[in-house]
Design a protein around this ligand. Structure first.
Ligand SMILES: Cc1cc2nc3c(=O)[nH]c(=O)nc-3n(C[C@H](O)[C@H](O)[C@H](O)COP(=O)(O)OP(=O)(O)OC[C@H]3O[C@@H](n4cnc5c(N)ncnc54)[C@H](O)[C@@H]3O)c2cc1C
Length: 480
């Protein structure tokens, strides 16, 4: 097991965490001719990705869809053989709703729609005309999402566009999130163009319009981790909890607990694709600044409950003709939003029925996510009755709780990234990524896994004698 890597025995790389980041890294390394070994503490792969499927209902427990935002993500889905399985969001799900004054108001999707929408007042709409003339903030300024939006777009856009959006993406609070860390593209747009409107128009002109479609798979997002795990076969070790990582003369020593037994193996490199809390708890031996990662414990992860309710079609008055609804905090309701799951993708509800996925809690109302199940369902049912005219008890329910749902990229987040950078700088062959560092979306995590794999392969190339280099893309010296 611990023999040094040679051309006949490719370099072994430990991957800590079998979520989408770790599996993407492992799969990419395998393709490059290296030998990844994935350590996953639980009894299944996928991490935050999971489904419950019962009696014709399908509840996506964590993420519900993936944005095909970059060519890299699109290509990756094809490479892993899931291209033909890709299920784009139904055209009927194009419409998105926001709650305003207790009513569902469709979000405008065109300039004409924007002029006519009831979502924003005339005053707010006219105020937008001044946006291109407002100054940009200094490049290194640390500003909250709320302050950024107030400065550029005004109060109504914060309350009725950005606040619900941030609730939907981060289950977060715009007053606490850092714009440069939580929404780096928005920050970059202001920096590059001095205006969001000018930047958006310029991008539209160069890229030919907005792109990036939302998709999932017929059996839900777990198709992705399951396909990766299948391809990796015995290289994925479930029920293996990593306890420590230490630098040794011939590489990296990974210590783990499996079925009550402690084991240890040596690898040429280690890729950490763990949630922040797990990374903070990991023991680092002979790693300069390794103790510094304990600071990652301070990253906030509010609890979120994902509550799936199924109704017979006739029980719900609203046509559910859209993606779903987001709820602004100023509306003082008890949910963050609801996805019209059975409109979004086929196969989420039995014939003649509709399925809704409602999110509760987050930074806004963490205590609501901790209610007992009956109380949680009562809260959700009440909100669905008020918003969509859902009558009577749902015919199917399922509740999934996430006690630590999504890392909040709050003001001052650079200190966490700097702690990670400091460790990596003094530890060649130790690579750290995942959603605490590289962004929270699934697309970000796939890109993170690719980045980690590339960095690990480059480390192997640097560390090994030329005769021992594995064949394969990304691993040859000529590729450096
Ligand atoms: C409720 C919810 C809704 C979301 N909705 C969306 C969405 O619609 N679209 C979207 O793009 N993103 C969404 N996200 C975000 C996205 O799902 C996550 O950011 C992403 O899945 C994280 O992947 P990861 O591999 O980095 O981490 P994880 O999925 O957390 O995987 C890490 C893995 O490491 C394992 N592990 C932990 N400690 C150890 C240890 N000591 N040893 C070995 N293994 C260990 C864990 O068991 C886990 O399997 C959502 C997240 C949540 C929670």
């Amino acid at each position: 097991m611990d023999s040094p890597p040679t051309a006949s025995a490719p370099a072994r790389i430990a991957i800590l965490g079998g979520g989408i980041t770790g599996l993407t890294a492992a799969w990419t390394l395998r393709r490059a001719g290296l030998a990844p070994v994935v350590f996953e503490q639980s009894d299944r792969v996928g991490g935050a990705i999971g489904v419950v499927r019962r009696d014709g209902w399908l509840h996506e427990l964590g993420p519900n869809s993936l944005l095909e935002g970059s060519p890299e993500v699109a290509a990756f889905i094809d490479e892993i053989g899931l291209g033909p399985r890709r299920l784009y969001a139904a055209p009927a799900a194009k419409q998105r709703y926001i709650v305003r004054d207790g009513q569902l108001v469709a979000m405008p999707t065109s300039p004409g729609g924007f002029v006519g929408t009831k979502l924003f007042s005339w005053r707010a709409k006219l105020g937008l005309l001044g946006e291109p003339f407002r100054g940009r903030s200094p490049a290194d300024a640390e500003e909250s999402v709320a302050d950024f939006v107030l400065r550029r777009l005004g109060r109504e856009f914060l309350d009725y566009a950005i606040n619900p959006f941030v609730g939907g993406v981060y289950a977060g609070d715009p007053a606490l999130l850092s714009v440069r860390h939580a929404f780096p593209k928005l920050h970059a747009l202001e920096q590059a163009h001095g205006s969001l409107i000018r930047g958006a128009l310029a991008r539209r002109n160069t890229s030919g319009g907005p792109k990036g479609r939302i998709f999932s798979f017929p059996d839900g997002l777990p198709e992705m981790p399951l396909a990766l795990a299948r391809a990796l076969g015995g290289a994925v070790r479930l029920n293996h909890a990593v306890a420590s990582v230490g630098r040794v003369p011939d590489g990296w020593r990974v210590t783990f607990d499996a079925a009550g037994t402690r084991g240890a193996e040596t690898f040429a490199a280690v890729v950490c694709a763990l949630p922040a809390g797990a990374l903070a708890a990991l023991k680092f031996e002979n790693v300069p600044a390794g103790d510094g990662l304990a600071i990652l414990r301070e990253i906030e992860h509010p609890p979120v409950a994902s509550v799936f309710t199924g109704f017979r079609r006739e029980q719900v008055a609203h046509p559910l003709d859209g993606f779903g609804v987001l709820v602004p905090q100023v509306e003082r309701r008890q949910i963050l939003g609801t996805l019209f799951s059975s409109t979004l993708f086929p196969g989420r509800a039995p014939e003649g029925c509709v399925g809704l996925t409602t999110f509760v809690g987050g930074m806004r109302d963490p205590q609501l996510a901790r209610l007992d199940e009956a109380e949680l369902l009562r809260v959700v049912q009440g909100e669905l009755a008020g918003l969509f005219g859902a009558k009577g008890a749902p015919v199917f329910t399922h509740v999934q709780r996430w006690p630590r749902a999504i890392p909040q990229y709050t003001l001052g987040y650079q200190r966490f990234k700097s702690a990670i950078d400091a460790v990596q700088a003094g530890a060649p062959g130790l690579l750290i990524g995942g959603n605490a560092r590289d962004g929270i979306s699934l697309a970000n995590c796939i890109e993170s896994g690719r980045r980690l794999a590339k960095a690990a392969a480059e480390h192997i190339v640097r560390a090994l004698p030329a005769s021992d280099l594995p064949p394969g893309p990304g691993a040859g010296r000529q590729n450096r």
